[in-house]
Design a protein around this ligand. Structure first.
Ligand code: CP
Length: 347
């Protein structure tokens, strides 16, 4: 197919290296062309992700999942993606159950793990820490979220979802209006996604955040420098009007500085996305997205469950797309993507 002809083992990997190595730390490693090449690999993975086809291209390979922060989606879907390609997974979750609790350094941990496994996915609470793991080893390391830094695989699956949904509606990403809502300061998925979307042309970014939780200025400046329109507002009604995509996020109180904890003590966000709001300000074609988890505790006012049966709510299509996108990342970083089509057989 056109999709299989356009990828050659190692070719895409060599275009997305981190400091000369096949590792994924930031979406800055991607151009628009390499993102779209990755998505063609993800398309090839779709029947394997849905268990209509089987491939064992990673048989014998082992993934190390090192998660030093809470996770459901990222940890399990990276593990499932590796298993779907025939590999196996070893997990460590939390500092308590790793020898970091005994003072082991990132360098030693990474060097030791690289003798045990063929690839690592790492989530860590400190920004830049996953790059430290990556610099200590030659095996592929994927950033599964580093503090308030980046979450590249989430942004890739978000963009993949937007492209697929838009394609179904006969639209393209160029010229889209994307409204980001909530904690844009600490939302690492937002940081990665705005950079990826900036690779496209003529977008409008509407940034709707509580005072003090706005998108970092260097990211807003970057969007503008890339020729996009940036509107910052605290008004949901104003910001959502005409949006093609509404990307809601959770308020990440766990990342607040002590002074922010005081400032937001008892704070109940009035930025909740719910059915009446979407009906009033958005079109029947608007996509409502969220990286999840959404906070369902009383007072959290995160994305409302009253949209659960609205077809515009794309959150579970996002999570489903996490599998083929993460399979594609493994295939590319481990240099086996061209083996996948000829290895596929019926399930
Ligand atoms: N979106 C995301 O990173 O979810 P988890 O924290 O559950 O991995």
């Amino acid at each position: 197919t056109e999709a299989t002809q356009s990828v050659h083992s190692g070719a895409l990997r060599d275009r997305i290296l981190f400091e000369g190595r096949p590792q994924l730390l930031s979406v800055d490693q991607f151009s628009r062309e390499s993102v779209e090449a990755l998505f063609r690999v993800a398309d090839i993975m779709q029947p394997i992700a849905r268990r209509q086809k089987v491939s064992r291209v990673l048989e014998g390979a082992v993934l190390g999942n090192l998660f030093f922060e809470a996770s459901t989606r990222t940890r399990v879907s990276f593990g499932a993606a590796f298993c779907r390609l025939g590999g196996s997974v070893c997990d460590t979750t939390g500092f308590t159950f790793s020898s970091m609790a005994k003072g082991e350094s990132i360098y030693d941990t990474s060097r030791v793990m690289s003798g045990y496994v063929d690839a690592l996915v790492v989530r860590h609470p400190e920004q830049g820490s996953v790059a430290e793991f990556a610099r200590a080893t030659n095996i592929p390391v994927i950033n599964g979220g580093d503090g308030a830094g980046e979450h590249p695989s989430q942004a890739l699956l978000d963009l993949y979802t937007i492209q697929r949904e838009f394609s179904r509606l006969g639209r393209i990403v160029d010229g889209a209006h994307v409204a980001f809502v909530g904690d844009l300061k600490y939302g690492r998925t937002v940081h990665s996604l705005v950079k990826l979307l900036s690779l496209y042309r003529g977008l409008k970014f509407t940034l709707i955040a509580p005072a003090g939780l706005e998108l970092p200025a260097h990211l807003a400046d970057r969007i503008s420098r890339n020729g996009h329109v940036v509107v910052q507002t605290a008004s949901l009604a104003e910001g959502l009007a005409g949006a093609d995509v509404v990307y809601a996020t959770r308020i990440q109180k766990e990342r607040f500085e002590p002074k922010e904890q005081e400032q937001f003590e008892g704070y109940t966000p009035d930025f909740q996305i719910h059915q009446a709001l979407i009906d009033a300000h958005c079109s029947p074609r608007t996509l409502v997205m969220h990286p999840l988890p959404r906070d369902s505790r009383p007072g959290a006012n995160d994305l409302s469950t009253d949209l659960n049966h609205d077809p515009r709510l794309a959150i579970f299509r996002q999570t489903d797309n996490g599998i083929p996108v993460r399979m594609a990342l493994f295939a590319v970083l481990l240099g086996v993507e061209d083996q996948v089509p000829r290895s596929m057989r019926d399930a």
